[in-house]
Design a protein around this ligand. Structure first.
Ligand SMILES: *Cc1c(COP(=O)(O)O)cnc(C)c1O
Length: 375
């Protein structure tokens, strides 16, 4: 029997046959010996094509997402880029008007110049998504929960719309993790991760991945991008990310429990005008998230009764939350999103995003309380 918690610990992991080492060795070699007959009896020839540390990570990610294959890539953005590179010039992509801002930049910049057509729509509005599909639509890109308002879109319904249009649905699952949500089981074709976040889990490794639910022309193109275009992560980053996944189950349970407590604290605070967290009963995505997610994750955002400067002052007064971008590490982070996102950002100026970490929940809430009450 296997399940995702067991897979986090065991998938792709085997005691080393030569030494009995329980944890995998780091394989830095770029080239591997051929047999006397010229074949590669152990399956490895050159590190760009395959590497033991990358393979262990890819087997783990495929198993965790319930996919048939996974491609580990050097960053989350490299993973998104590789997905778009599998399309042809003239193809049309439906992308969210609110999502991780780098994805929008990538589609508006290099991929538009290369000839992809893109429509940005509110993915929570299924009629608008349906209306945006065209004869040349080949991909719907989704993110749920989506940055920065943690909005939830209906992945099963989007898969149906995509398939009716002869397109694929790809889902950025970085915020939920495979323990929180399994997009392939909901009908998606490809899952993308910034493994930099919860999977690596310690803010010390950059990585990305694509996991495919079925083989076909698209998985062939992704494989070609990885191997022929050379979009590969280092063995050490793969090793670090696989090690991070060992504790993903324990970490995500704690991140989600702490985020729920912080969200409930903020939700009743007089200076807070809105809290965006799908675990809150009054969140517009709560009912849908309760159906399609197993856990609501550790990321939330909130708005205060003031302008951007007031929000920055709240962030400046926190002592336990570190002012930094990103999420998914053990330490709690606070970030003023409007000042990091690009010119197309649709972030309210008073919004602060929290990556709720693994410190004591009493410390975190006390810190936010004093930061909000400081003026
Ligand atoms: C961080 C992030 C990315 C980009 O990943 P990198 O590893 O920083 O390149 C994409 N999508 C989401 C949701 C992210 O949080």
């Amino acid at each position: 029997m296997t399940d995702p918690y067991t897979d986090c610990v065991h998938a792709g992991m085997h005691p080393d046959p030569a030494t009995g080492a329980v944890m995998p060795a780091l394989h830095l070699a770029t080239t591997f010996e051929r047999g006397a007959d010229g074949s590669y009896p152990r399956g490895y020839s050159y590190s760009r094509e395959a590497n033991p540390n990358r393979l262990a990570l890819e087997q783990t990610l495929a198993q965790l997402e319930g996919g048939v294959a996974a491609f580990a890539l050097p960053s989350g953005m490299a993973a998104a880029n590789t997905m778009f590179a599998a399309l042809d010039p003239g193809d049309h992509v439906v992308a969210p008007s609110q999502c991780y801002y780098g994805i929008g930049e990538l589609l508006r910049g290099p991929w538009s110049r290369w000839g992809l057509e893109v429509s940005f729509v509110d993915l929570c509005d299924l009629a608008a998504v349906r209306a945006a599909t065209q004869a040349n639509t080949r991909l719907i890109w989704a993110e749920s929960p989506a940055n920065p308002l943690l909005r939830i879109c209906d992945l099963a319904a989007l898969a149906e719309i995509a398939h009716a249009a002869d397109a694929l649905l790809a889902v950025d699952n970085s915020a939920a993790t495979p323990l929180g949500q399994q997009p392939l089981a909901l009908g998606a074709d490809v899952v993308m991760h910034s493994t930099t976040k919860y999977l690596a889990g310690h803010c010390d490794a950059l990585g990305g991945a694509l996991v495919v639910g079925h083989e076909g022309a698209v998985s062939d193109r992704l494989r070609e991008q990885q191997k022929v275009a050379g979009i590969v992560p280092s063995p050490f980053d793969c090793w670090l990310i696989r090690r991070g996944i060992l504790t993903l189950g324990a970490r995500m349970e704690m991140h989600a429990r702490h985020a729920q407590a912080v969200a409930e604290f903020l939700n009743q605070h007089p200076r807070v005008t809105a809290v965006h967290y799908p675990g809150l009963q009054n969140d517009p995505g709560h009912a849908l998230a309760s159906r399609q997610m197993k856990s609501f994750g550790g990321l939330l955002s909130f708005q205060i009764d003031g302008d951007a400067d007031a929000a920055l002052r709240v962030a400046a007064r926190t002592q336990r939350f570190t002012r930094a971008t990103s999420f998914g590490g053990p330490e709690s982070l606070i970030e003023h999103r409007a000042s990091i996102e690009g010119p197309h950002a649709v972030v309210p100026p008073s919004l602060l995003r929290l990556s709720v970490g693994l410190e004591s929940i009493e410390c975190l809430i006390a810190d936010l309380a004093q930061a909000l009450e400081g003026e």
